[in-house]
Design a protein around this ligand. Structure first.
Ligand code: ADP
Ligand code: ADP
Ligand code: MG
Length: 665
């Protein structure tokens, strides 16, 4: 076994690899960018080497610096994690030349599977079933269009070098093909430096089922069964589970055998995943090879949960030359596991990634009501920031139980115990997803979120009166705790004495609507609370760290956190955010907005769809930005004329910076 390895990654996966290495007595070296000097992964490792600026191109993709760091610190091997350099054959090659073991497959296997088109040609030869499509080298637009017609619409155009859900376009009809092709090629060129595409039949309501495989340097290949990753948004996974519900024994065996055949066809060594797309027809299910990811997968913990194995330990053992620890027959699956990807994003705003500081990060494993079978894999701590430079994934929450139903209940409880304040996130959204009938009944397919959208978006899980009563209670509690030199942050202006009673009124902004609460302290003691003009019995008490709040005939237990003017209420059923507003401040702010179009987040300006002097209508696309691995279109808020473009394509733009000026009609 190695005595020291370098982890060429950051965030949760670097922490996760470091944990296994520590358990095995292997020393670890972290690498970090300017933005990550204080990051959790740096602390998780025994040593750390600074490798450059915050942008990934200046640090985590600077493979010469990473190799130098490995050599300098005496590491014997490099674990690439996922993303970054994990599927970069040049890097794997350079490791070998520098006398380092790359913890992953051989260079030839990475190359063979690196391009979706080439890997499909190879799989066809190995007898692995493929989605009907075009995977050849000739990229002339006319040929691609005629191939799309031959395959039959709808088709999917994919960047051959693509990954992470990027570089894909669904085309419903021939008339839309040319435009979709151009936009796919542009994204492919920008993101992967290669604009080659392939075309596939677009499978309707497919399931995504993948098989975890492992090979060793002695020619053995086995699989560790499947994961269902069908619940996706933007072609990116949100929830994963193992085993895949409803899969027959026969189908499971066939998929496992096909995955092993795929891995053997490229002499695969180490951990890999063979992804299949599963078509559900009247006859049953058909599965087709989609791609092979030649690395450890984000969702590997669900496989670890059901097999009881440590996949990183297997990676280290195999990379150091040991044979596979188990035979196929010795790998057994026990119970059911689920993983939820906790991301910094705004589900109600088309999943736009979010940034900010994690003012509160209360995790379910740290909860006093923590249940067993819950795992929290994260690379951030309370107080850390989610920056625009890296992936928007905050953490992964993994649960394991005897049955799917129990795993689901456990996940719901763990999500209820997960409190994040300061960064917009998908926790409440995921709770709604797992509570849909589709998910509960395991009717899984990639369209689940779209199908259930009426229940998933723009929902208030805690009604305004309850959340307002909770915040008022939390305020009163904090007032008690600060009895001496406590200065009321809720502006004295708004309190006055009325017939000998103290009345304070508060204005809250919830989902853009203003609500008013009036709190009256009675002379004889006690409180009266009026919310939006309605009065009801109000009382509260501290209950084991939670607040027990009663307003009218409703009683709820909750946690309330304050973050400047924002208040966050977490209950068993969901969460609510309230902004304490000073109505005057809002008027001023609105007046200042004017006709500027601001970048929704820090990122790169890709292109303008308009030029100075153009007349535009409300909703018309004006500019395309790229940030956190996604493209975002900035649209006109109203009809008007473009007065000035303030940046050039390729420029880095700060959050909130106006991109252009519009004279609104
Ligand atoms: P999985 O491992 O489940 O297949 P994804 O396919 O969503 O997960 O992506 C795996 C990882 O690859 C991501 O978490 C990210 O770190 C990395 N990745 C995704 N897209 C890109 C990209 N455009 N450029 C670089 N790395 C990416
Ligand atoms: P990536 O490298 O970005 O992970 P994949 O080829 O693995 O790209 O596809 C990502 C997702 O896109 C799949 O999980 C699936 O939801 C969807 N998808 C891919 N191919 C098809 C297809 N032919 N028909 C329908 N959906 C597809
Ligand atoms: Mg994939």
């Amino acid at each position: 076994m190695f005595h020291k390895i370098l982890i060429a990654n950051r965030g949760e996966i670097a922490c996760r690899v470091a944990a296994t290495a520590k358990r095995m007595g292997v020393r670890t070296v972290a690498v970090y960018s300017d933005a990550d000097a204080q990051a959790a992964h740096v602390q998780a490792c025994d040593e750390a080497v600074h490798i450059g600026g915050a942008a990934v191109a200046d640090s985590y993709l600077q493979w010469q610096r990473i190799l130098d760091a490995a050599v300098k610190t005496g590491a014997q091997a490099v674990h690439p994690g996922y993303g970054f350099l994990s599927e970069n054959a040049d890097f794997a090659n350079a490791c070998a030349r520098a006398g380092l073991v790359f913890i992953g497959p051989g260079v030839a296997a990475i190359q063979a599977m690196g391009l979706k088109a080439a890997s499909k040609q190879l799989m066809a030869k190995a007898g692995v079933p493929l989605v009907p499509g075009y995977h050849e080298a000739d990229q002339s637009p006319a040929l691609l269009a005629s191939e799309a017609r031959r395959i039959g619409f709808p088709v999917l155009i994919k960047a051959s070098a693509g990954g992470g859900g990027k570089g894909m376009r669904i085309v419903q009809q021939a008339a839309d093909f040319d435009e979709a092709l151009a936009s796919c090629q542009r994204e492919a060129k920008n993101s992967f430096g290669d604009d080659a595409v392939l075309i596939e039949k677009y499978v309707q309501r497919p399931r995504h089922i993948e098989i975890q495989v492992f090979g060793d340097t002695h020619g053995n290949v086995i699989h560790l069964h499947e994961r269902d990753c069908s619940v996706q948004r933007r072609h990116q996974k949100v929830l994963e589970e193992s085993p895949a519900p409803g899969l027959t024994h026969e189908m499971r065996e066939r998929m496992g055998a096909a995955a092993v055949a795929a891995a053997k066809a490229v002499n695969y060594v180490g951990a890999g995943t063979v992804e299949f797309i599963v078509e559900q027809t009247d006859r049953g299910m058909d599965f087709f090879f989609m791609e092979m990811n030649t690395r450890l997968q984000v969702e590997h913990p669900v496989t670890e949960a059901v097999t009881g194995l440590d996949l990183v330990e297997w990676q280290l053992r195999i990379a150091s030359g040991e044979p596979l620890p188990l035979t196929q027959a010795q790998v057994t699956v026990k119970g059911h596991a689920m993983e939820a990807r906790i991301c910094a994003e705004t589900p109600d705003n088309d999943f736009l990634p979010a940034i900010g500081q994690l003012r509160v990060l209360q995790t379910p494993t740290a909860s006093r009501f923590a249940v067993s079978g819950v795992r929290w894999d994260s690379g951030v701590r309370q107080g850390d920031s989610i920056s625009p430079y890296y992936d928007s994934m905050i953490a992964k929450l993994i649960v394991h139980a005897d049955t799917r139903e129990q795993a689901l209940a456990r996940l719901d409880l763990a999500l209820a115990q997960l409190h994040i304040v300061g960064v917009q996130n998908n926790v409440a959204f995921i709770r709604r997803v797992i509570r849909t009938d589709s998910f509960a009944q395991a009717q899984l397919d990639t369209a689940l979120i779209e199908r259930e959208k009426a229940l998933l978006f723009h929902q208030q899980t805690v009604a305004p009166p309850q959340s307002i009563a909770a915040v008022v209670a939390a305020f009163l509690r904090s007032e008690q705790h600060h009895s001496e030199d406590w200065v009321d942050p809720w502006s004295h202006r708004q309190s006055w004495l009325m017939q000998g009673r103290s009345v304070r009124s508060f204005h809250f902004e919830i989902h853009g609507e203003t609500h008013t609460a009036a709190l009256t302290s009675l002379v004889r003691g006690g409180m009266r609370l009026q919310i939006d003009g309605h009065e009801a019995a109000f009382s509260w008490r501290d209950a084991a760290g939670q607040l027990q709040v009663t307003w009218g005939d409703q009683s709820l237990r909750c946690h309330v956190y304050q973050d400047a003017v924002d208040w966050h209420v977490f209950t068993d059923t969901g969460e609510a955010s309230l902004r304490l507003s000073d109505p005057l401040a809002y008027v001023k702010q609105d007046a200042a907005v004017g006709g500027n179009l601001a970048a929704p987040m820090p990122g790169k300006l890709l292109s303008f769809a308009v030029k100075t002097g153009d007349k535009v209508v409300a909703g018309q696309a004006l500019a395309v930005m790229e940030a956190m691995k996604m493209e975002h279109t900035v649209a006109a808020p109203g009809n008007g004329t473009v007065a000035e473009l303030l940046y050039a394509p390729g420029d880095q733009v700060a959050e909130g910076a106006p991109l252009l000026r519009l004279t609104v009609d």
